[in-house]
Design a protein around this ligand. Sequence first.
Ligand SMILES: NC(=O)c1ccc[n+]([C@@H]2O[C@H](COP(=O)([O-])OP(=O)(O)OC[C@H]3O[C@@H](n4cnc5c(N)ncnc54)[C@H](OP(=O)(O)O)[C@@H]3O)[C@@H](O)[C@H]2O)c1
Length: 290
Amino acid sequence: MEPLSTALPGGTWTFVDSPVTRFGYGAMQLAGPWAMGPPADRDAASAVLREAVDAGITHIDTSDAYGPRFTNELIREALHPYPDSLVIATKVGANRDAQGGWPTARRPEDLRNQVRGNLRSLGVEVLDLVNLRMGDANGLRPGSLAEAFGTLVELQQEGLIRHLGVSNVSPEQVDEAQGIAPIVCVQNMYNLAHRYDDNLIDRLAAHGIAYVPFFPLGGFTPLQSETLSGVAERLGSTPKSVALAWLLQRSPNILLIPGTSARAHLHENIDGAALALPEDAVAELDRFGR
Ligand SMILES: NC(=O)c1ccc[n+]([C@@H]2O[C@H](COP(=O)([O-])OP(=O)(O)OC[C@H]3O[C@@H](n4cnc5c(N)ncnc54)[C@H](OP(=O)(O)O)[C@@H]3O)[C@@H](O)[C@H]2O)c1
């Protein structure tokens, strides 16, 4: 495969044989409030996806549980046939209920159904990357992932999945997955204010495994702090830009998937993430986050 060249901030990362831009796009909130669809303005949502790809983004994060299904269907409508360079990462391990909840669904037959559902809604024969999402809507939960992850390994051996990852997991669960089969990424909640995974990120970097923080901007609760606002003001930037630039500078294995339903925000985030943070700003942000 041709090496990927990009003008996007952060350059590129490679999932074994699949290069991606470190600046990616998270599609969860495209479906509508609380990731429940249908989107109020379908054309506007499609336009954001096309704009992301036109800007050079080659990593989109999604799930059939977003919408549910609406987000994957939007991706298919807006982008199929997909450019060869595009890597669509999806995740399995939960369904949606009528109230918008995320009931866990990780029995072998649940996971097989979810993988088949993602193949159908995205309109592909092989999923580029599937994350097994552990825990529940309230966060991490201890316990073995062996049976569920083993099912995804079987689906990979059946040719339905190219790469595997894990999400919403403890360091012990990452170790357990790595003992079963290679993973290319860990997708956990992490941002300037939530630094629980600092050691894990460094350990994964040493093993060439990507770390993909979800809620890089705080998700449903936007990041807010006087320190962050102060640093942003001093640098003539915005808190969101500083938060994204900090993640890119934090470690080369961090891949960004900020979400937005607005084209203008997409461009603000791309421009903002290119900010070069001086050492004193990084030190100040470090003190706030730890
Ligand atoms: N593995 C998991 O368990 C898990 C859990 C949650 C999320 N995820 C993934 O992580 C991705 C990122 O998370 P997220 O989208 O929930 O949270 P996020 O990226 O931290 O923040 C997205 C929110 O920030 C707003 N925003 C973005 N850019 C902005 C800007 N320049 N100015 C003002 N507001 C801006 C968006 O609103 P607008 O739409 O108005 O721009 C949206 O409400 C998701 O899309 C999903 O793919 C994974």
